[in-house]
Design a protein around this ligand. Structure first.
Ligand SMILES: Nc1ncnc2c1ncn2[C@@H]1O[C@H](COP(=O)(O)OP(=O)(O)OP(=O)(O)O)[C@@H](O)[C@H]1O
Ligand SMILES: [Mg+2]
Length: 252
């Protein structure tokens, strides 16, 4: 299963991507998380230190088309570029801006696209891709995320984030991505949750769940640590339900 996580800046894409990846890992799946943000920090949400994240090499700018055809087969690529994280999720770094003025990141996006479209199937059960904010990954030629089974647009309790999700869903449909659903995040109370539900409905979006704003998420971020997911909390419970529902959507 391949899931792309998209949405407006700062809504919680990286946090939600890490939580979904980790939940699948805890259920026994082999999980790869791909950071395609040119300012990568998914590794920190998966428990790596800043120095470890910065030392992670970006995927090479080559296509991966399976053993004997591409420059790298997926197994070699995972062994050379994959980084085990304390959560058990393997992290791949899609691209990195090494220096100012170095040019566009198209090569990295092409690598991620080809990884998603064919190469990782045998080695990995669940691939979660954390995207940069904005819509460029869907408009770029070929669409970095064209091969995902499911796009999850994260929204917070704000109209603009829901509008971004609606634009994303429209582009995703044009690209032929089979399903786009919305996950609400950072709801502080019932009013926030209701706003998200109503705004999604008015934009014709399918909402699968709303994660609460939780202090432990903020604290983990400030400490630069991964998030201990306690299934007894509202966040843990909602997440467990959410991951099962996303699973069912893909396998239905
Ligand atoms: N459910 C939550 N409760 C509390 N804080 C949260 C929650 N989700 C995310 N945050 C906080 O919101 C901030 C932004 O989260 P995150 O980096 O995951 O967003 P993003 O969408 O990936 O941002 P960017 O667009 O910069 O990539 C972080 O400080 C994170 O700790
Ligand atoms: Mg992010």
């Amino acid at each position: 299963m391949k899931i792309g996580i998209v949405g407006k800046g700062g809504v919680g894409k990286t946090t939600v991507a890490a939580m979904i990846a980790r939940t699948h890992r805890e259920r026994g799946a082999r999980v790869v998380a791909i950071d395609t943000d040119s300012n990568p920090n998914l590794g920190m949400s998966l428990g790596l230190g800043l120095a470890e994240v910065d030392a992670l090499p970006a995927l090479p700018r080559s296509t991966v088309t399976g053993a004997g055809r591409g420059e790298h087969d997926a197994e070699t690529l995972l062994a050379e570029y994959g980084r085990a994280t304390p959560t058990g999720v393997t992290l791949l770094n899609g691209l990195r801006i090494e220096e100012a003025g170095a040019g566009c990141a198209c090569g990295g996006h092409a690598t991620v696209r080809s990884l998603l479209s064919q190469a990782l199937q045998a080695q990995v059960d669940v691939t979660v891709v954390d995207m940069e904010a904005g819509l460029e990954h869907l408009s770029r030629s070929g669409g970095t995320l064209a091969a995902v089974d499911l796009l999850v647009a994260v929204v917070e309790p704000s109209r603009k984030s829901v509008v971004t999700a609606a634009r994303t869903a429209a582009l995703a449909e044009e690209l032929g991505i089979p399903r786009t659903v919305v996950v609400g995040n950072k709801a502080r109370d019932e009013t926030d949750a209701t706003f998200i539900a109503e705004a999604c409905e008015s934009h014709g979006l399918t909402l699968v769940g709303v994660l609460p704003h939780q202090e432990t998420v903020r604290d983990a971020d400030r400490a630069g640590a991964d998030l201990e997911l306690d299934p007894g909390t509202e966040l843990g419970e909602t997440l467990t339900r959410l991951v099962t529902e996303l699973d069912e959507l893909v396998t239905a």
